[in-house]
Design a binder for this molecule. Structure first.
Ligand code: GLN
Ligand code: ZN
Length: 757
């Protein structure tokens, strides 16, 4: 087989459309307003625009089949014929696909979970004892034809068998999905031969699982799989892509197989280890040197030096992104509000492609051929290093002095408990909510009108206050014990704070796919974080003025603010977290001064930032807990600190939850049947806890009986004086009718259980 190596590419591309065209078309298809062919037209345009831009920028190999109507893991399940039986009853193939992703009236959807340590969520394939794998290559082949017709040097991308099976879930008593490896590898072989018949030169198999510690066997299994696929006669050249970190021993394992190219993440992974793998001498190293998941401009000079140092150890070098640019916004172009300096530090998707092409050109034609680009990059690096916004001496000195004075300690937990009992006079099993109430159309309209300049601040404030008054009244009528103001003024729990803190900017059109058609717009945390003024106090104070019951102040914690932003890469994350924590700490102190006795600091993303490698987990948890404690230790013992965590799978972070030392912790638990309480007990957790008794992710209204059963079960693990009653998460995505019915039952059930206790 004669293979022509490629020299410039990306791992994958975003697909939601630069203006979220796919989101709109898909949602309108779901509502029955758009026909299938109209949706397909939008999709085809997004694909052809994406591909032609990559070619125009100078890439000589273009990933295809990275488009998806919902998710690439789900696409792979379809490719391998592995959709569960309950979904297969839907006859139309596209509707079946969407039913698997999001359910329909009859079909329960597959689960969804986070894609490695990103904020992207994938659909978890289910592998049962009777799952029969069969190849359905229609999507790959039709995208290939489409690309060919446009003259695109297409490289089909498919999730590799090891990653696919290791991220799948066993159902109906089946063994671990990875045990089915020998059943799926022949299908991959069949796919390869079909692609070879089409004259395809290169195929990419994504194996990000190789950078994790999910399984000890991953390396050996990958070696076996790629030995088998590599041994096929009729196949294109194979590129195995690892990303999101260091492949460790898997790099050598892959290098020992006959595959022609191996992708390594040089931003979050190794750069020295590569040179020591001698088997790379006849491979193409696809060097992921341009950061695919953060938005900083590449230091071209540094990148070129790194690439140059690898040249001697590998057969050939292709320049690429560290991972798919799915995780960054499309382009900087719409961000017209940025000052020149800030803009010069950034590279979004389109700019990253240009960087890849520039680096490849420099490798081919020498640095002089890209002298202008290098000069611009050097100027940006220099300007960023000396910008005063990145180095606020006052904030840094304050952090130092708090650390030195031991200012992150609160009083002992029992002393705090006593002070809070005296101040709050709460009944046993106090009832509360997680913060947000339904974001009604009126609320969204008011916010849009404010942004469009149709109403002024005073009118906006008036409308938000009316909403708060209504929510407070509702909670009093329902008989809840600790009230909230309902968060109507928040577009998003991170962006709301980012917009008010120095050191952040919010993009205009920086949308990134979170799952399916849902997109988020992460703010950019570029400088030292400074709080110029209180951010939430007026709303909380107003709510408290309307009631004698305690109103809970509502803040987002430092780890979550980091997790859902693009963060600076010029200092350790821990330092950035502490700066954010200091701003939140100042806010807690102001809330307390305004008479707020209960403050919740949400950390739903605590689990999300957990490193992929076991050896790095403890250091992360240490700084994450430290930042939370810094944020919450500025208040008196009598001020009650709550925290809230969700997105399940607390196992890995259970010790850290205890270390947060919040007075009250509310957790997602409705679906896990309170198991988390036993986990907490087993590590000696002795503060108060509110396991969610109402699953807000579903429109279902839980009955009084159901909630009391949950509470009874919880009471077996936690004594009444430490148990709180609350929903699983915020109520913003639900409608008012569901919320009123569910909270009525929640209060009912609590009264019943209190009476029985
Ligand atoms: N306080 C937030 C809310 O109620 C918490 C959201 C979350 O956990 N993601 O909406
Ligand atoms: Zn939550």
């Amino acid at each position: 087989m004669t293979v022509t190596p490629f020299t410039a590419t990306v791992t994958g591309s975003p697909r939601i459309g630069p203006k979220r065209e796919l989101k709109r078309a898909t949602e309108s298809y779901w509502k029955g307003k758009t026909s299938r062919s109209e949706l397909e037209k939008v999709a085809a345009t997004i694909r052809s625009d994406t591909w032609s831009q990559l070619v125009a920028a100078g890439l000589d190999s273009v990933p295809i089949n990275t488009f998806s109507y919902y998710d690439q893991m789900l696409d792979t399940a379809v490719l391998l014929g592995a959709l569960p039986k309950r979904v297969q009853v839907v006859s139309d193939d596209l509707d079946r696909y969407f039913a698997a992703a999001r359910g329909n009236g009859d079909v329960v959807p597959l689960e969804m979970t986070k894609w490695f340590d990103t904020n992207y969520h994938y659909i978890v394939p289910e592998i049962g004892p009777d799952t029969e794998f069969t190849l359905h290559p229609e999507k790959v082949l039709s995208e290939l034809k489409e690309a060919r017709d446009l003259g695109i040097p297409a490289r089909p991308v498919v999730i590799g068998p090891v990653t696919f099976l290791m991220l799948s879930k066993a159902v109906d008593g089946a063994g671990a999905p990875i045990e089915r490896l020998d059943d799926v590898v022949p299908l991959y072989a069949d796919l390869l031969s079909q692609l070879a018949d089409q004259g395809v030169q290169w195929v990419q198999f994504d194996e990000p699982v190789l950078v994790t510690d999910i399984s000890e066997d991953a390396s050996a299994l990958a070696e076996r799989v790629y030995n088998a696929l590599g041994a096929l006669e009729n196949r294109p050249a194979i590129h195995v892509a690892t990303y999101f970190g260091d492949p460790g021993e898997s790099l050598g394992a892959l290098a020992r197989t006959p595959v022609e190219a191996i992708g390594v993440d040089l931003v979050y992974g190794p750069d020295t280890a590569v040179a020591s793998v001698t088997e790379l001498a006849d491979k193409t190293l696809v060097a992921g040197i341009v950061d695919g998941r953060n938005i900083w401009r590449t230091d071209l000079q540094a990148a070129l030096s790194k690439l140059a140092s690898l040249l001697g150890s590998v057969g050939s070098l292709a320049v690429s992104t560290s991972c798919s640019t799915l995780h960054v916004p499309y382009s900087l172009e719409p961000e017209t509000d940025l000052d020149d300096a800030l803009r010069s530090w950034l590279a979004f998707g389109a700019e990253k492609v240009h960087e890849v092409a520039t680096l490849a050109k420099a490798l081919k034609d020498g640095r002089d051929a890209v002298a202008d680009e290098i000069a611009q990059s050097n100027a940006a690096v220099a300007s960023r290093a000396k910008d005063p916004r990145l180095n606020n001496a006052e904030v840094r000195a304050r952090l130092d002095s708090i650390a030195k004075s031991g200012g992150t300690e609160r009083g002992p937990a029992d002393q705090r408990r006593a002070a809070q009992i005296e101040r709050l006079h709460l009944p046993p099993l106090p009832t509360t909510t997680i913060g947000s109430f339904p974001q009604t159309t009126e609320i969204r309209k008011a916010r849009a009108a404010l942004v469009a300049g149709e109403i002024d601040d005073a009118e906006y404030t008036k409308r938000m206050r009316a909403e708060i008054a209504e929510v407070v009244k509702l909670q009093e009528d329902l008989g809840l014990d600790v009230l909230v103001h309902g968060e109507p003024e928040r577009n998003d729990m991170v962006q709301y704070f980012a917009e008010q803190l120095d050191g952040f900017f919010a993009t205009k059109l920086g949308w990134v796919q979170s799952y399916g058609t849902r997109c988020v717009r992460p703010p950019v945390l570029y400088g030292d974080v400074v709080r110029q003024h209180p951010m939430t106090v007026e709303w909380a104070k107003y709510a408290q003025s309307l009631t004698d019951k305690p109103v809970k102040g509502m803040l987002t914690g430092p780890v979550t603010i980091l997790a859902w932003s693009f963060v600076r890469d010029d200092q350790p994350l821990a330092d950035t977290a502490n700066q954010v924590a200091l701003a939140i700490r100042d806010e807690t102190v102001d809330l307390q001064e305004a008479g707020i006795a209960v403050i919740q600091v949400d950390e739903p993303a605590l689990r999300e930032l957990l490193p992929l490698r076991n050896s790095e987990k403890q250091a992360y948890l240490d700084w994450a807990v430290g930042a939370f404690r810094l944020a919450t230790s500025g208040v008196a013992d009598s001020t009650q600190i709550h925290t809230h965590l969700c997105y399940s799978e607390f196992g890995d972070v259970i010790g850290a939850i205890a270390d947060l030392d919040a007075d009250v912790t509310s957790l997602e638990a409705a679906r896990s049947r309170m198991e988390v309480l036993d986990d907490l007990n087993s590590i000696g957790f002795s503060n108060s806890v509110g396991p969610g008794v109402y699953d807000i992710h579903s429109p279902r209204v839980p009955s009084t009986d159901e909630i009391s059963t949950s509470l009874q079960r919880a009471l077996k693990a936690v004594p009444a004086e430490r148990l709180w009653v609350n929903p699983d998460c915020g109520l913003k995505t639900r409608n008012p009718e569901e919320v009123i019915a569910s909270l009525t039952n929640l209060v009912e059930a609590t009264k019943k259980v209190r009476a029985d206790a």
